[in-house]
Design a protein around this ligand. Structure first.
Ligand SMILES: Nc1nc2c(CCc3ccccc3)c3nc[nH]c3cc2c(=O)[nH]1
Ligand SMILES: [Zn+2]
Length: 370
């Protein structure tokens, strides 16, 4: 995996990540395809909107249908019919946020499946073995995503475990590596000095890229912003920086300004399904009665399939009827909006006007009619 910086504008930067399955232009937004699908979208539609990489979930695919089956059937790309780069999370976060009866031991994590209650035990080695079997292009180490709030003492102890697991992931990966990439994850809660210490330990192990974990887990925005401001630009400059689970476009602006390259979040897809749509005039909720006879497109400045062919009145009607088409048309628009936003942000960085771009968008992103 190659990472090439094309242009810097302060700490913000344009770069490309070259993988064997294609290049990724950064800053990049990566849609989440938990069960091997970006909900309601075909891979062709995702590609046509302009996405270059999607995420899948090790936890979900391991539990159902199982990584051995996917491997036997030719790997994740063939299974889900997406032939561009795929990044998979290790499962650490999903076990913490979805599974029940979770027990963290120095060896690994014991948990009960949220699907059928079956008991499982995932070690760092197992988490890498699963991602190797899936064949994802970028893999994440098994980490303990520290919940918010967490005592400083607990965070400190957890960092030791997460670093030990990161080393075990790297060792196992080096023994079985092929041309997949492995990213390390920096935890440390909202405590800068712990974040700094965690970063030194993880960077020493040496990974293809580095993620900031343990954020976007319910902590106050100002804490998340402070951690990003103090840590992001200190992460290895010549490697991709991935802020996990972010995010809201206002948060993306702040993070890109401090040197983050990669983002993932369920906001555009999940909000679409519950009728919250992002437009150039601000965020709207399509179910509002004011749209009942509104014959205008969702967003006059958007040329996505939904905005070119349907009115707000019809989108509201579909939503009120809970029609499947409502999920599809809303998702197409929100994903298109996010993809265009990142494209325009990369153009602004290329032309050295990221600050203007940020100033222009903040008032729009603050407008909320939902
Ligand atoms: N491994 C890990 N994942 C996180 C995710 C999931 C991102 C993800 C990656 C790939 C697919 C789905 C989800 C987080 N989402 C919000 N906050 C998050 C924190 C962490 C974290 O600390 N560690
Ligand atoms: Zn649109």
């Amino acid at each position: 995996m190659q990472f090439k910086i094309l242009k810097k504008d302060g700490f913000a930067r344009n770069a490309i990540i070259e993988t064997k399955r294609g290049i990724i232009n950064t800053p990049v937004f990566m849609p989440v395809g938990t069960n091997g699908t970006v909900k309601a979208m075909t891979p062709e539609e995702i590609r046509e909107i302009g996405y270059e990489i999607i995420l899948s979930n090790t936890y979900h695919l391991y539990l159902r249908p199982g990584h051995e089956i996917i491997k036997k059937l030719g790997g994740i790309h063939k299974f889900i019919n997406w032939h561009g780069p795929i990044l998979t999370d290790s499962g650490g976060f999903q076990i913490y946020s979805l599974a029940s009866l979770r027990k963290i031991t120095p060896q690994g994590v014991e948990f009960r499946s949220h699907i059928d209650g079956s008991l499982h035990f995932i070690t760092p080695e197992k988490a890498i073995e699963i991602q190797l079997a899936l064949g994802s292009d970028i893999m994440m180490v098994l980490d303990e995503c520290v919940p918010y709030p967490a005592e400083k003492e607990y965070v400190k102890k957890s960092l030791k475990l997460t670093e030990d697991w990161a080393k075990r992931c790297k060792d196992y990966f080096e023994k079985h590596r092929n041309d997949q990439a492995l990213f390390g994850i920096i935890q440390g809660g909202i405590y800068e000095e712990l974040r700094q210490k965690a970063m030194e330990g993880i960077v020493k192990i040496d990974f293809d890229g580095y993620a900031l974990g343990g954020l976007s887990v319910g902590e106050p925005k100002e804490d998340m912003y402070r951690v990003i401001k103090n840590i992001a630009h200190l992460m290895p400059e010549e490697k991709p920086r991935y802020l996990m689970g972010v995010g809201d476009l206002m948060d993306v602006l702040h993070a890109v300004e401090h040197g983050i390259d990669m983002f993932d979040c369920v906001i555009p897809t999940r909000n679409a399904r519950n009728g919250t749509l992002f437009t150039s005039q601000g965020r709207i909720s399509i179910k509002r009665s004011e749209f009942k006879e509104d014959n205008s497109p969702l967003d006059p400045d958007c040329d996505c399939y939904t905005c070119r062919n349907y009115t707000k009145a019809f989108l509201r009607h579909l939503y009120m009827c809970r029609e499947i088409l409502s999920m599809r048309l809303n998702t197409i628009h929100n994903l298109y909006f996010y993809c265009r936003f990142f494209e325009k942000m990369r153009e602004a960085i290329a032309e050295g006007r990221f600050q203007d771009f940020k100033k222009q968008w903040i008032p729009v992103l603050e407008k909320n009619f939902s």
